[in-house]
Design a protein around this ligand. Structure first.
Ligand code: ZN
Length: 240
């Protein structure tokens, strides 16, 4: 079984004046947990900013194979120690999927080490997400491209390190393009960033988006976990 933890700052959805409260009345984390939880090989738990320690402890991370992170305007409320725990868990081998505005989350920025900035516009542009690497497991089942009637526009330049692989490229009716799905290896862990998912559109109910996230969970699941990847051991010679 792949043990998935879906983390969400869970802020907009609780605001009755925000459209996301109607689209995701139980929060984006539960919307994602609902479709992942239908899979036989996946168990899902959730955590939010409201939980003690953001719901993230050493014990929780030890029992998480893949973490999914959604955050937007409360990134700074996540304590540095929590972000460091997530970063270390990835270096040890945990998989991590960062969605939409999590490009500016503390754990993602720590793992990238760059600005992770981009251009953005909340005009509800149409988006066409193109498969840039059809052979990649994260693109399995997605034929050529899929379309989202409305999304927040994210555009280049995207201040990320050169990805290991660009799996998806987004094009918007406003004219911008964006590296919408990119992969990294960080230490022993696999990282996937996926752009769709603005809170005021029902993006996480889209079958193609759900398929990509499901594929990414299976891709990012660890093949090995090293408990002390941050250590620098000083062993004796093996030839004495
Ligand atoms: Zn957004």
């Amino acid at each position: 079984m792949i043990r998935v933890l879906v983390w969400n700052e869970f802020f907009h959805e609780k605001d009755k004046n925000n459209a996301s409260s109607e689209i995701y009345p139980n929060g984006i984390h539960n919307a994602i947990a609902d479709f992942l939880g239908k899979e036989d090989d996946i168990t899902v738990t959730t955590a939010t900013l409201d939980d003690e320690n953001c719901g993230i402890t050493d014990e929780v991370l030890k029992n998480t194979d893949v973490i999914i992170w959604w955050g937007h305007c409360r990134h700074e409320k996540v304590p540095d120690e929590v972000a460091e725990k997530v970063q270390t868990a990835v270096l040890n081998g945990m998989g991590a999927i960062f969605l939409h505005s999590a490009h500016k989350s503390k754990p993602f920025m720590r793992l990238m080490g760059t600005s992770c900035s981009l251009i953005w516009r909340e005009s509800g542009d149409f988006e066409r997400v193109w498969v840039a690497k059809p052979s990649h497991p994260i693109a399995a089942g997605i034929d050529t491209c899929f379309e989202l009637p409305a999304e927040e526009t994210y555009g280049e330049p995207f201040g990320i390190p050169t990805p290991d692989e660009i799996v998806f490229m987004g094009w918007y009716s406003g004219g911008e393009v964006f590296r919408s799905g990119v992969t990294y290896t960080r230490g022993n862990g696999k990282v996937f960033y996926f752009q769709p998912g603005h809170e005021t559109f029902p993006t996480y109910r889209d079958p193609s988006v759900q398929r990509v996230i499901l594929n990414a969970v299976r891709w990012a699941a660890p093949t090995v976990r090293i408990d002390n990847a941050m250590d620098c051991p000083n062993p004796p010679s093996r030839n004495k």
